[in-house]
Design a protein around this ligand. Structure first.
Ligand code: COA
Length: 175
C-alpha cells in the first residue's frame, strides 16, 4: 500500500550503498550505480528521492536539472527510476514520479525522459521531437524520448538538451 510508503530526499553515503543494491536488484543486466553515484555526488543540482517502506529503501528516482539551448531555459531529465522487484506494481514508481513533479513545479516547466511510453504515458509524457537528446538514440527508440509539461502556460521547449557530464555517455542513450 502506498500509504505505508514514505518519500524523502536521498542523503549521504549510507543511502548510496542502499541504492547500489536497489539498482542491482531492479536492473540485473545493467549497472546503473556509477551513474547514480556520479549524479548524487556531483556538483550539478539534482532532485533525488528515496521511497522507504518500514525504513528500508525500496525505490529511487533522480531528476537532473538541465537546460535547453538556445535560451538556457531550465528543464529536468527524469532517470533513472527503480523500484525493488518485491515492491513493483504497488504504485511506488508512480508516487516517486508524482512527488518529483510536485517538487519541481516551482522551478521547471518541462520534464524529459527516455523510457517505455506505456509506463510514462500515465504521467502525461508524450513523444518529443523538439528537444534534441545529448547523445544519439537508436531510431527504434524515437518514441521513447518523451516530455511532459508541468506548467501548461509555458512554451514547449525546443533546442538541444544540455546535461551535466554524468549524462554525456553515449552508452546511456543506446542499447
Ligand atoms: C518501471 C518501474 C520503475 C515501475 O515502478 P512500479 O512501482 O513497479 O510501478 P507502479 O506501481 O507505479 O505502476 C505499475 C504499472 O506500471 C506497469 N509497468 C511496470 N514496469 C513497467 C515497464 N518496465 N514498462 C511498462 N510498464 C510497466 C505495470 O504493468 C503497472 O501497470 P498497470 O497500472 O496498468 O497495472 C519498476 O517496475 C522498475 O523498477 N522496474 C525495473 C527497472 C525499470 O525497468 N525501470 C524503467 C524506468 S528507467
Amino acid at each position: 500500500m502506498t500509504s505505508d510508503i514514505e518519500i524523502r530526499n536521498a542523503a549521504g553515503a549510507r543511502d548510496l550503498e542502499n541504492l547500489r543494491q536497489l539498482y542491482l536488484d531492479a536492473f540485473p543486466d545493467e549497472d546503473l550505480s556509477p551513474l547514480v553515484s556520479e549524479l548524487l555526488g556531483g556538483t550539478a543540482p539534482v532532485l533525488s528521492l528515496v521511497a522507504t517502506f518500514g525504513g528500508e529503501a525500496v525505490g529511487h528516482v533522480v531528476f537532473t536539472n538541465c537546460t535547453v539551448e538556445p535560451g538556457g531555459n531550465p528543464i529536468a531529465l527524469l532517470g533513472p527510476l527503480c523500484v525493488t522487484p518485491e515492491h513493483q506494481k504497488g504504485g511506488i514508481g508512480s508516487k516517486l514520479v508524482r512527488t518529483g513533479f510536485d517538487h519541481l513545479k516551482a522551478t521547471v516547466a518541462q520534464v524529459m525522459v527516455l523510457g517505455d511510453p506505456q509506463y510514462y504515458g500515465r504521467f502525461g509524457f508524450k513523444a518529443d521531437r523538439l528537444v534534441e537528446p545529448p547523445c544519439p538514440i537508436p531510431a527504434e527508440w524515437r518514441d521513447a524520448w518523451q516530455s511532459v509539461q508541468l506548467d501548461d502556460r509555458s512554451a514547449t521547449a525546443s533546442g538541444r538538451l544540455i546535461v551535466p557530464d554524468a549524462w554525456n555517455d553515449p552508452a546511456l542513450w543506446s542499447d
